[in-house]
Design a protein around this ligand. Structure first.
Ligand code: SAH
Length: 488
């Protein structure tokens, strides 16, 4: 992956002054080792008229994966080939931004001890990034760079030039031209390359807010796409994004007549901010489960491993669910659920619809019998694999509701999780996370053994390569179907 920065000579400043500005001598090719490979700085041309510096980053993909694993020793072993076969070595990404930060740190600060007058002056610059991953496409590239005074050329790159009918890839060739101070140009790239890539290679920690505000000083306060930039840069961690937006609003305030309250109101308008704050996965999951239960015509529903009772609460909102029970092995979770559902303040009629009780799914339990449907939402992965057959027997063998809805993480999707370090399971208590194939193999076997049929439903965005973040199996007892057939 690489980018080039070119300038032309101006009155009083030959193009080779670029070397002073970058703190890299035009006559030398230099190399720097970075955490994920080697960065090279070289000058394909260096004359008084035109001078071009290239930053070339050689990424070691194996080191990239190893580093992620070392950081998370004890995490799940990850066999996903996608970790090795990805675009990291070729495309300009957050790694290139980190290299800019390392290799050009003095230039980024706008300092030049040898020629202190140089950094403060804008000069004609041309920046080219031949392969830039751009989620949001060429239009978003334009929306991000044009307000900063750049003339933007963003050409979509075809997936395969031999097969134009396949359409465009998510990459563009980017050329920026404008009169800019070099430090500003570097700071624009430092922030906006990872924003366009939208897949950080590292864990987004709270100090990223400081980095964003420092690199964004002087331009991000008034950028029209400020929310999108902050949201993506901070890995869509909403608390960090809110913090950044509030501080940007206060910085803008120093230059306007707004009151502080107005500035903060404008900064974080939760109602309208939907694009960068998608519906949380847990909410999508509950909606998918409710849909499946309604489609099955269930009225008496059992939530197994109900945790803090969020799904129980949703079920109670719909009168078609006449009886709702939640059970969990953890008394503490049940206590939270009881408080959250305000069991103590319910009318008698309402209270008659709901029941919470403690128990373990590793044992058959008569209290689980007699329901139309049972839900196992994000529960099976909390059991050690050798205990799983006991749960299968307790639910599918002994309780035998007509419908069983099972959800579990799809481990293949973990590579798409911006805030999840590579090779890491999503929750420290997960004993395993399955690929789609592993889940389907398990589900088909259980269905076969206990006389159910199973259908698979994706929950969350169904990625063409790695599938959806949550996988759901809806089991239907076969006898029920024949009973219905008889009734029909
Ligand atoms: N169903 C909820 C909670 C999932 S977290 C949701 O979708 O958000 C997993 C829950 O399973 C925890 O509350 C945990 O206490 C419970 N659990 C784990 N092992 C269990 C077992 N053997 N029997 C019953 N519940 C169990």
């Amino acid at each position: 992956m690489f980018l080039t920065i070119s300038t032309t000579g101006t009155a009083g400043s030959p193009a080779t002054d670029l070397g002073f500005l970058l703190h890299k001598h035009p006559d030398k090719a230099q190399r720097f080792s970075t955490s994920h490979g080697t960065a090279h700085v070289l000058y394909p041309e260096a004359g008084a008229e035109r001078c071009t510096a290239a930053l070339l980053l050689e990424i070691d993909p194996v080191a990239l994966v190893r580093r992620a694993k070392d950081k998370n020793r004890g995490g799940a072993p990850d066999s996903a080939l996608a970790q090795y076969v990805n675009d990291r070595p070729y495309a300009a990404s957050s790694l290139l931004a980190v290299a800019i930060g390392n290799v050009f740190s003095t230039a980024l600060k706008g300092q030049c001890a040898a020629r202190p007058e140089l950094p403060g002056a804008a000069r004609p610059l041309r920046i080219e990034v031949p392969v830039l991953p751009a989620r949001g496409g060429a239009a978003l590239v334009e929306r991000l760079f044009a307000p900063l005074g750049w003339t933007v050329v963003a050409e979509p790159i075809a997936l395969d030039e031999t097969f134009p009918q396949w359409g465009d890839s998510r990459y563009v060739r980017l050329v920026l031209e404008g009169e800019q101070r070099l430090a500003d140009a570097l700071r624009h790239l430092y922030v906006l390359l990872p924003v366009l890539d939208d897949a950080k290679h590292y864990w987004v920690a709270p100090d990223e807010v400081e980095k964003l505000l420092r690199a964004g000083e002087g331009w991000l306060e008034s950028h029209p796409e400020q929310r999108l930039i902050a949201g993506r840069y901070l890995g869509r961690r909403w608390s960090l994004t809110r913090d950044a937006l509030e501080r940007l609003a206060l910085a803008r305030l120093a230059e306007s007549d707004d009151t502080e309250a107005e500035a903060l109101d404008n900064a974080v308008d939760e109602e309208t901010d939907t694009e960068e704050r998608p519906v949380p996965l847990a909410v999508q999951r509950r909606a998918a489960i409710l849909d499946a239960l309604r489609a099955a015509g269930a009225a008496r529903v059992l939530d197994l491993g109900c945790g803090q009772g969020q799904l129980v609460g949703e079920l109670l909102k719909d009168p078609r669910f006449t009886e709702v029970a939640g059970t969990d092995v953890s008394p503490r979770a049940l206590a939270v659920a009881a408080r959250r559902l305000r069991l103590d303040r319910m009318t008698e009629r309402q209270a008659a619809r709901v029941r919470l009780f403690q128990g373990s799914l590793a044992y058959t339990d008569r209290r689980l019998a007699g329901y139309d449907a049972a839900v196992l939402s994000e529960v099976i992965e909390h059991l050690d694999l050798p205990r799983l057959p006991a749960l299968e027997h307790a639910v599918f063998g002994a309780a035998r509701p007509a419908t069983v809805v099972v959800t579990t993480p799809n481990v293949e999707y973990n590579v798409r999780w911006e805030t999840l370090p590579a090779g890491h399971v999503r929750h420290s208590d997960h004993r395993f996370e399955w690929t789609r194939e592993e889940f389907r193999t398990w589900a088909a076997e259980v269905a076969d053994r206990y006389g159910y049929e199973v259908a698979y439903v994706p929950v969350g965005p169904d990625d063409p390569e790695v599938g959806p973040p949550t996988q759901m199996g809806v089991f239907t007892r076969k006898e029920k179907e024949s009973e219905q057939e008889k009734a029909a």
